[in-house]
Design a protein around this ligand. Structure first.
Ligand code: B4P
Length: 183
């Protein structure tokens, strides 16, 4: 079973995914974390990903799609898998539908987190990751609006979208998330 965590950069997808993993036994697959690990290990994928992430651009679809396909292969269809930050383009969403069908994994729901932009900027500047400078964040927001936001319609049409107010305290958001997932 697949659960998609969706929303703008810094909205708290990774934070909620870690809590679901630690407290409720979900599996957490984060494309961002996968690329940061590859960068640290200086693999070919890591070198390529770095050149995009350093500019706040999306890593090319062909690379991300393959990384996720391989990662999903390690799990059973009965497991509760969180996809954190994937898909981020319509192309990735279509690829996921195909792979999920091939592997017999159903997309249960898409949790769409929303937080005002000023708060997103504040959170990411406070987080201070390598790609959390004001200039890179602004580009990531722009890329999100252009390439990722159209997916809201894609999943609304499929009746999968659940909206979550991510601007509240972490534990309050978590309670809401668990309520939606029946966890
Ligand atoms: P990601 O690693 O997915 O990171 P993110 O969207 O910036 O953060 P997230 O929403 O997980 O926020 P977090 O919980 O950390 O992406 C990084 C980059 O990787 C992308 O820009 C792209 O280049 C590349 N990439 C990844 N996936 C890709 C794909 N599918 N296709 C192409 N490229 C891809 O929270 C942020 C901060 O807020 C934290 O400090 C946290 O402590 C704080 N916070 C969280 N919830 C809070 C709350 N409720 N209240 C107050 N603070 C909170």
């Amino acid at each position: 079973m697949l659960i998609l965590l969706f929303g703008a950069p810094g909205v708290g997808k990774g934070t909620q995914a870690e809590l679901l993993k630690d407290r409720k036994g979900f599996i957490h697959l984060s494309t961002g974390d996968a690329f940061r690990k590859a960068i640290k290990e200086q693999t070919e994928v890591g070198k390529l990903a770095k050149s995009y992430m350093d500019r706040g651009e999306l890593v090319p679809d062909s690379v991300v799609i393959q990384v996720v396909d391989e990662a999903l292969g390690a799990f059973k269809t009965s497991q509760k898998i969180l996809l954190d930050g994937y898909p981020r383009t319509v192309e990735q969403a279509k690829a996921l539908e195909k792979v999920a069908t091939q592997r017999g994994m159903a997309i249960q729901t898409v949790l769409n987190f929303s937080v005002p932009e000023t708060e997103l900027m504040r959170r990411m500047l406070a987080r201070g990751r390598a790609d959390d400078t004001r200039e890179i964040i602004e580009n990531r927001m722009k890329v999100y609006a252009e390439k990722t936001q159209p997916l809201l319609e894609f999943y609304t049409e499929r009746g999968k979208l659940m909206n979550i107010d991510g601007s509240r305290e972490v534990e309050t958001v978590f309670k809401d998330v668990c309520g939606h997932l029946g966890a």
